[in-house]
Design a protein around this ligand. Structure first.
Ligand code: ZN
Ligand code: ZN
Length: 360
């Protein structure tokens, strides 16, 4: 498609410009998506402030950020067109992690660890723009009843779904979730959908904990604010008191290493812990090994979202997961920079911010 589009072009830390550029030209194996909504991820914030390098060769811009997006199909490349896969106007979400499909990991379906992935908004231009080009294998139709601003959050929801799948909850098992951020709150909803018994949500501020209550958490624990009515200095003692036993399952949705360390304390024999955070390069977990072996502990990591996008669409479509309490702020494309700064700097209560870009 010929024409111009508005974009937010990220050049270097704290420098992002609202500009006009050509609409990207698609190849035979690509689809052009008119972006309707693109959510702001913690990693977008971290790129903007220069806390982590981009995935480009030199780690630098210019690049349009944004990897969590939904939209409508604007143009269909030759291959998907001939296969009858998409038509202009289809409502879709974009899986930004475009694996190579040729390496030893991809061969086994372990797309999340493919070292050759091209990631939209991280290594190539993303969704902080009016249009984005995507390989047709990474464009999925969304359920009719899911709004674009929620569909934009499919990527983090799929990541949360992968982590919950790895947690392997047996029916009725109690689950502790550390970190009531957007992904932790999605995990609360998913744990319930996956058959968890009681869900204990542990955090450091009352506001997100109370949103957690709204989306299904049964027990709230605030480990940081002594004035909170949910305050408990010793999370393990509080979990044991609330549940009557230590937890068989715990999931850590925060980068805070104390939470991961704490997960070892709130879980009992034969338990499983899943870590879904982004630690620093020097961070280490201390595991008392004698206790670990004698209680046959399982500690897993969860990274990205291989083979779970269908689950994420299904739980949104069925209403088992409601993202409206988690989406707290919207911004325009023009205000993207303001939005990113707000998500980082504002003291206001907030969870997830989404850019509303296209109009229907
Ligand atoms: Zn993200
Ligand atoms: Zn690969």
């Amino acid at each position: 498609m010929k024409g111009k589009m508005k974009v937010q072009n990220f050049y270097e830390p704290m420098v992002m410009k609202y500009e006009e550029h050509d609409i990207p030209q698609i190849a035979d194996n690509e689809v052009l998506v008119k972006v309707m909504a693109c959510s702001i991820c913690g990693s977008d914030v971290s790129y903007y402030y220069g806390h982590s390098p981009l995935g480009t060769k030199d780690g630098k811009g210019p690049l349009y950020l944004g990897h969590e997006m939904s939209g409508v199909v604007a143009e269909v490349g030759k291959l998907p067109r001939e296969a009858g896969l998409f038509k202009v106007g289809d409502r879709v979400a974009v899986n930004p992690v475009q694996q190579c499909n040729a390496c030893e990991f991809c061969m086994r379906g372990e797309f999340n660890v493919c070292p050759h992935s091209e990631v939209i908004g991280v290594t190539v231009n993303g969704g902080f723009a009016e249009y984005v080009k995507v390989k047709y294998t990474h464009v999925y139709k969304i359920p009719d009843n899911v709004k674009f601003e929620h569909a934009a959050m499919t990527e983090p929801l799929a990541c949360a779904s992968n982590a919950i799948r790895r947690l392997d909850i047996h029916l009725g098992q109690d689950v502790v979730v550390f970190g009531p951020g957007p992904i932790g709150l999605m995990m609360v909803e998913l744990a319930k959908a996956a058959g968890a018994g009681r869900v204990v949500l542990i955090g450091r501020r009352d506001y997100p904990l109370e949103v957690g209550k709204k989306v299904g958490a049964d027990i709230l624990i605030n480990t940081a604010d002594a004035k909170s009515k949910y305050y408990a200095k010793d999370a393990a003692a509080a979990v044991r008191k609330a549940l009557g036993h230590l937890a068989p399952r715990a999931i850590v949705a925060t980068s805070n290493m104390d939470a991961l360390q704490g997960a070892l304390l709130v879980t009992g024999p034969s338990s499983t812990i899943v870590y879904f955070g982004l630690p620093g390069p020097e961070d280490k977990l201390q595991v008392p090994m004698l206790e670990a072996i004698q209680s046959e502990r399982t500690i897993k990591c969860a990274w990205l979202a291989p083979l779970v996008w269908d689950n994420a669409f299904a739980v949104m479509g069925s209403g088992q997961v409601d993202l409206s309490p988690i989406l707290t702020h919207t911004f325009t494309l023009e205000d993207a920079e303001k939005g990113i700064r707000f998500m980082k700097e504002s003291k206001e209560n907030k969870l997830k911010g989404v850019l509303l870009i296209g109009k229907e």
